[in-house]
Design a binder for this molecule. Structure first.
Ligand code: GLC
Length: 434
């Protein structure tokens, strides 16, 4: 199927009437969904480079950089650690790229930024032939592509999972919840019995909340945007999703403190034994399994698919891609370093040391790895059935509107129906002017 890449106004017009094809502006084109015919410039320039990456769970990086540096003394890599949260990382990267700064050579980009960074000319198109893309999870490859061109290389994938206290559920004769009703009932009854919170997620006002909300909406059968680009957050399904979360806050089985939680804060609450259920990414598994003074849940938790309205829910597709700055002076070294980081051996090592989900499909079938991470098959399925977030050039604006409005609804400052009506209006404007 052709992939339409053009201004959001036109995308919306297409949703209304496909015959509007004649109205396409000169800035739009219909591009093949797979390999672009456009040739990609060969990269040049070798020498020292930097690697900018968010700092959560980068314990894997030190030894890999040391290995690379000892083998490439003239092409040394220096890591630059960006803040924890996706929004803060984005702000820092964009500020530098807008100034055309050469300070970052290789950048680890959240999967949602490809369209914006490519459209602004901040990252360099890459040749597909240089990477084993056919061995990677197809949804991850799609997030690295813009307008039929490869702009980044899939590095880690991600899908949300439900962590649960298996000791508490087993004592109550309960199975891990599959539906929201089961989750809410366990959270309501077992939470108070053990003096702990029922359910937690990333409900701070930032990208993590957009993810949690999108997952709830799609786990009720809805979406943020329809396939044709129409805003659908004022649907019955979105209302059911928001009502589910709001009822948790209203009834107290989602702790109010979680309005300030990101991934790390919610992980700490779970490990401190303060939650029955937690929605988080796979990286939490290793940390929560390590015995230590701050961790009360090692050996006492399980991991499963996110629940949904009528049965299993689905996750938002997360992850990171590696891209080369358009302002890098040493793009050939940057390319080689990306080839190194995305090789199967290194991806395996990163999974083992940080539980970051690899993009190599084969690794999900390795018996040895499944013994170490029993949830790998569940994770693979969660990634393959995960829904990508809209690949809009102005995605950041789109997401900010969602997280700030949903946050007000969860804080019980505005009713759910008002929130969704206001949000739909804002999103329509953002998509129209994108
Ligand atoms: C994780 C995901 C990323 C997502 C972010 C939200 O880092 O990999 O895709 O945007 O969480 O907080």
């Amino acid at each position: 199927m052709p992939h339409l890449r053009c201004g959001a106004t036109v995308r919306v017009a297409l949703a209304v009437a496909l015959t509007a094809l004649t109205a396409l502006t000169a800035s739009c084109s219909i591009l093949p969904a797979t390999a672009s015919a456009q040739p990609v410039r060969a990269l040049s320039g070798t020498g020292p480079i930097t690697f900018a990456t968010g700092k959560v769970d980068t314990g894997y990086l030190g030894p890999l950089v040391a290995q690379w540096n000892s083998q490439h003394p003239r092409q040394r890599v220096t890591p630059i650690y960006l803040p924890d949260d996706a929004d803060d990382q984005h702000a820092q990267l964009v500020a530098n790229l807008q100034a055309k700064s050469p300070v970052y050579d290789v950048m680890s980009l959240d999967v949602i930024w490809t369209a914006e960074f490519a459209d602004n000319g901040w990252i360099t198109p890459l040749s597909r032939a240089k990477f084993p893309l056919a061995s990677f999870l197809p949804p991850a490859v799609a997030t690295a592509t813009y307008g039929g061109r490869l702009y980044a290389v899939p590095f880690t994938s991600n899908a949300g999972l439900l962590y649960y206290r298996k000791d508490i559920l087993a004592a109550a004769g309960r199975k891990p919840p599959v539906t929201w009703a089961q989750l809410a009932s366990d959270a309501r009854t077992l939470g108070p019995r053990y003096h702990i919170g029922g359910y937690g997620g990333q409900f701070q006002n930032y990208e993590g909340l957009t993810v949690n909300f999108a997952e709830a909406v799609q786990s009720a059968g809805g979406s943020l945007l329809s396939r044709s680009g129409r805003v659908t957050v004022d649907s019955r399904q979105a209302r059911e999703a928001l009502d589910f979360l709001v009822s948790g806050f209203r009834q107290g089985w989602i702790p109010r403190a979680s309005l300030g939680w990101d991934e790390e804060a919610s992980r700490r609450a779970f490990e401190a034994g303060k939650l029955l259920f937690l929605r988080n990414w796979p990286y939490v598994y290793l940390d929560a399994s390590k015995r230590g003074p701050g961790n009360k849940v090692a050996g006492k938790f399980g991991v499963t698919t996110l629940p949904g309205l009528h049965g299993p829910g689905s996750s938002t597709l997360g992850g990171e891609n590696l891209a080369i700055s358009a302002y890098s002076q040493h793009q050939l070294t940057a390319l080689r370093f990306i080839q190194f980081l995305t090789s199967k051996t290194v991806e395996r090592q990163i999974l083992l040391s940080s539980a970051l989900p690899p993009v190599w499909t084969q690794l999900y079938a390795s018996r040895a790895l499944i013994r170490r991470f029993p949830f790998l098959p569940v994770l693979r399925q969660a990634i393959l059935s995960a829904k990508p977030r809209p690949d809009l050039v102005n995605y950041t604006q789109f997401s900010l509107a969602i997280s700030s409005t949903v946050h007000q609804a969860l804080a019980l400052q505005i009713p759910a129906d008002t929130a969704l009506a206001q949000l739909a209006e804002q999103l329509r404007h953002i998509v129209r002017t994108g």
